[in-house]
Ligand binder design. Structure first.
Ligand SMILES: CC(C)(COP(=O)(O)OP(=O)(O)OC[C@H]1O[C@@H](n2cnc3c(N)ncnc32)[C@H](O)[C@@H]1OP(=O)(O)O)[C@@H](O)C(=O)NCCC(=O)NCCS
Length: 175
């Protein structure tokens, strides 16, 4: 099947259980050692949602595509870094992916803006994430969105035959 043609972005929404198969496909289609630390998925595939990855943690960006259809263009998982009460003011981005056909149309930026709003709604004042040192597109995105590098774990992962840094980034959600 040919890739959808991006026309425009719909408002970001929360995922529902029915999004399971489309999100699984998107996740597999975008897998790369640029951002993934899990091995390439092989059948039979793990479920996308489970007890630790609940639909309401996922923000979805849908795009209007050619011939009047809509497709899921990307997702962002927003979760608590730990269940500790003393850490309840922090939310963490624990997954962000945009379909290849939808890149450079502002999908990730829209997902991040929705994540700021949702994290604030949940009472959080800080947003953090981890990004691989060699992931230049994602690092450019986060830097453009005001995230600062707050720590680096050198050579934390061995991926594609090389040691790769784990870069910790964060930003305040206060205005
Ligand atoms: C990184 C990723 C999420 C960006 O998604 P996107 O929808 O294409 O990003 P946007 O169109 O919203 O870009 C917003 C800004 O990010 C930066 N950016 C995004 N992609 C970039 C690239 N390939 N090179 C340089 N800067 C980039 C730019 O500043 C861009 O603003 P501009 O288009 O006005 O110049 C996407 O490339 C992706 O899914 N990559 C694979 C998964 C991944 O790396 N996830 C992050 C894990 S931590």
């Amino acid at each position: 099947m040919s890739a959808p043609h991006f026309r425009s972005l719909l408002p970001v929404r929360l995922a529902v259980p029915q999004d399971e198969s489309a999100l699984g496909e998107l996740d597999r289609a975008t897998w790369s050692t640029l951002h993934a630390v899990q091995p390439r998925p092989v059948p039979p595939y793990e479920p996308f949602f489970d007890a630790r990855h609940r639909p309401e943690e996922f923000l979805l960006a849908e795009a209007a595509t050619g011939a009047g259809g809509t497709h899921i263009a990307g997702y962002l998982r927003l979760a608590r870094p730990t269940p500790l009460a003393c850490n309840a003011h922090v939310r963490q981005i624990q997954g962000l992916a945009v379909a290849g056909w939808a890149r450079r149309h502002g999908v990730a930026r829209a997902l991040l803006h929705a994540a700021y709003a949702e994290a604030r709604r949940q009472g959080a004042g800080r947003l953090t994430l981890r990004v691989l040192g060699h992931n230049a597109p994602a690092r450019a995105l986060y830097a453009a969105e005001g995230f600062a590098v707050e720590g680096v774990l050198p050579g934390e992962f061995f991926l594609g035959g090389r040691y790769v840094d784990d870069v910790l980034m964060g930003r305040s959600l206060e205005d």
